[in-house]
Design a protein around this ligand. Structure first.
Ligand code: 3HC
Length: 311
């Protein structure tokens, strides 16, 4: 049973009103947002690692500059999102500690390695493509600071997606060795990209409540279907082959039928057993420890300044 306060809150959501930081909100709404926004922020930060891996090895100066800018954008997205989470009463340090202690997640996709330059294409095209599919609707999410952060993030993500497709074009239409490299990257990233949308609707614990609160705008399966429908013609355009042998156009539903990803692999990656989980967490812990002197210096400077002001 909803309390009158909860009912009034739900009615605001149903009318399409934005909820702002100082408004009353149910505990569960606040917790779910902190979980989702925090997880999203961590994904942006950890998401720098697989691409950061290729900055020093980009094939041309131009590709290097573009990749560097893209990875910097991800850092920026992480920072906006931590700020949005902070409006809910949790600090960035608390969120960081939760990540480092394994109490919060980041997207499963970043636990896969980037083995070749074509992977930079596949990541931009498929991973950022899947991210946009999920984030464009979130521009209309009920929590104001999250919705507004999404507007800028989505603009930058579409640039990222295009740069990834551009790399894929170059590789797919290049030499035979390049074409093979592009196909191999698609083969490895296809199913992990489909997993980004989360478990199938029947196993999605949060979807029903999150959609009622408009924290989520679509179910996981709806977005996965849209992603497949958008991406198949792009695979054809590249002259590559989808690694799913059972994928087929279904005229009745006006979309593709496709194989589900291996959900046991997905849950195993969530438990920390993906190919790169340990590396990613080690890199984040090292960054946190290596940055301690900067944080300490800033705090010491701020304390000295405020002592001077008081004097
Ligand atoms: N990776 C890791 N964990 C995942 C996941 C994934 N791909 N998909 C689902 N999960 C987790 C959920 O967090 C939940 O676990 P928890 O209860 O311990 O938090 C559990 O699996 C059950 O899934 P649900 O469907 O019930 O979870 P949600 O309702 O939260 O839906 C979601 C999952 C669709 C990913 C949703 O959280 C969401 O829309 N998040 C915002 C977008 C986001 O985080 N995107 C990150 C993508 S990467 C990115 O943006 C970086 C880029 O620049 C490329």
């Amino acid at each position: 049973e909803m309390s009158p306060q909860e009912r009034a809150f739900q009615e605001r959501i149903d009318r399409g009103e934005k909820i702002e930081p100082k408004d009353w909100m149910p505990d569960g709404y606040r917790k779910t947002l902190i979980r989702q926004i925090g997880q999203h922020a961590h994904s942006e930060i950890v998401g720098q690692l697989p691409e950061g891996n290729w900055i020093t090895r980009a094939p041309t100066l131009e590709r290097k500059a573009i990749l560097l800018a893209k990875v910097q954008d991800e850092a920026g997205h992480g920072l906006y999102l931590y700020c949005a989470a902070e409006t809910l009463g949790v600090s960035r340090d608390e969120l960081t500690m939760a990540l480092l202690e394994g109490r919060m997640k980041y997207s499963s996709i970043f636990n896969y390695p980037t083995l070749t330059w074509a992977d930079m294409g596949a990541v931009g095209w498929l991973v950022d493509g899947a991210a946009i599919m999920n984030q464009v609707p979130l521009q209309r999410t009920s929590y104001g600071p999250y919705a507004r952060a999404m507007v800028r993030i989505c603009k930058e993500e579409s640039f990222h997606q295009r740069q990834g497709f551009d790399i894929m074009m170059k590789m797919a239409k290049g030499t035979e060795a390049q074409r093979k490299m592009a196909q191999n990257a698609l083969d490895r990233f296809w199913f992990p990209a489909l997993m980004m949308f989360g478990p199938s609707d029947k196993d999605s614990v949060h979807s029903a409540q999150s959609m009622a609160w408009r924290i989520k705008m679509n179910t996981n399966d709806e977005l996965r279907q849209k992603f497949v429908d958008q991406t198949m013609p792009q695979i054809d355009y590249l002259g590559l082959t989808c690694p799913d042998p059972d994928i087929a156009w279904n005229a009745d539903k006006g979309g593709y039928d496709f194989s589900e990803p291996d959900w046991s692999e997905f849950f195993d990656v969530l438990r920390g057993n993906g190919p790169c989980n340990a590396d990613r967490m080690q890199a984040r812990r090292k960054a946190w420890e290596d940055g301690a002197w900067v944080r300490d210096g800033l705090m010491a400077h701020a304390a000295k300044k405020s002592a001077q002001m008081a004097a």
